[in-house]
Design a protein around this ligand. Sequence first.
Ligand code: ADP
Ligand code: MG
Length: 426
Amino acid sequence: MSTLFDNIQTFLLNVFLLYFCYSVYFKFIEKKSNKLTNVAMIALISGIAIILCMTFPVMLPNGYTADFRQFPLILGALYGGRRVAVFLLFVLLSYRFYLDIPSFEQAFFIYSLFIFLLCYIIPRFNKTINIQKKVLLAVLAFLLGTIARLTMLFLFLPEYINLYYFGLFISSAILQSLGVMLFVFFIERARKEAVLAKEISKLEKLKTVSTLAASISHEVRNPLTVTKGFLQLLDDSDLRDQDKKHYISTALEAIEKAESIITDYLTFAKPSLENTKILNLHQELIHIKGFVESYAVMNNVEIEMSLEENIYIASEKEKLHQCLINIIKNGIEAMPQGGKLTIELKYFKSNATINITDTGVGMNEEQLERLGSPFFTTKDLGTGLGSMVVYSIVKAMGGEIYVDSAPGKGTSFTVILSTAEEAEIN
Ligand code: ADP
Ligand code: MG
């Protein structure tokens, strides 16, 4: 009973060793695709597995031993190719020689013959993409191995052969070939899934890029058309000076719009901060108000400010402006019938808190959840990129952003940024 228990332990140990070795390999193969490293890795892992299997064989009654060395030998050869097969043969024979297991010459002959036969199966195994065919080829390789070992027994060690040993031999061969079948099956399925997942993410990226490109060209084309029109008008030599000025300023405005759109896209692509300076938030917010004032007046929106003074942050001016202007513009656009937009700046626990509240249409839960994801817009002429840029800038500034909204009542955005240290300011 106790020998049986010991055997089960060693048996499980072998299964565990093999499982461990190959799961390391497949974790590795998922990350890298360099073929040479893969081959080196499978050679190394299979070599180690062979040595481990031979070091911890299962002891059978009557002094027989059995081990699973054939398993890593075949898997390594099938997945690594002919070179790995020869390398593993070398490892197996050297270790066998080192362990001083009797009848080395015979084993040398038989294993070499086996590897020679295996070299016919390997290219077929690698070429087929059909999982069932692969499993079949792996089992065939295993059968060849079993036949080779049986031949060795009959030819060189006939004294070993009795019904009991034969039974053991066959049942261990069946068990191992089942193992090989399962292994190849799961490996191939996992590989197929990994390839599919890669394809899908590639397609998704492509889709985002093409939507982005379409949306950029659409957005930039409008202001360019405007500019082109006014430049054509300027060609007329009878123009009054006043008209000329008007045309030029309108054309410039349109170009600025195109520029700001491009900046938005680029910010999303590369949100890191450059040109970081100490900024006085009170001043910056007054500056920003100047930018959006005319837009607010056009939309019948009154901007109210309540700003504490002497709050400083270290950041990039353009990005800070871009972020807050996007929030403010969304606030103004949320009040098509006009309304009030409040901008508050407070100092709280060494943080600067900027609060932008509108009395507009608000957002429901689903909209709140989608806010910040590319191309989410509820506006006819919206790009659905503004909030995405807002989120990526706040993240780059190391800040936090909170949104509170009620449909029909309004929305409040809170941006929290850590303030600059005294030493930095001076
Ligand atoms: P766009 O302004 O081009 O639509 P944004 O990414 O800036 O794109 O905003 C995405 C969507 O989020 C808007 O279409 C709008 O539905 C919603 N949203 C953003 N800010 C507000 C706000 N202050 N009030 C109501 N809805 C808002
Ligand atoms: Mg917007």
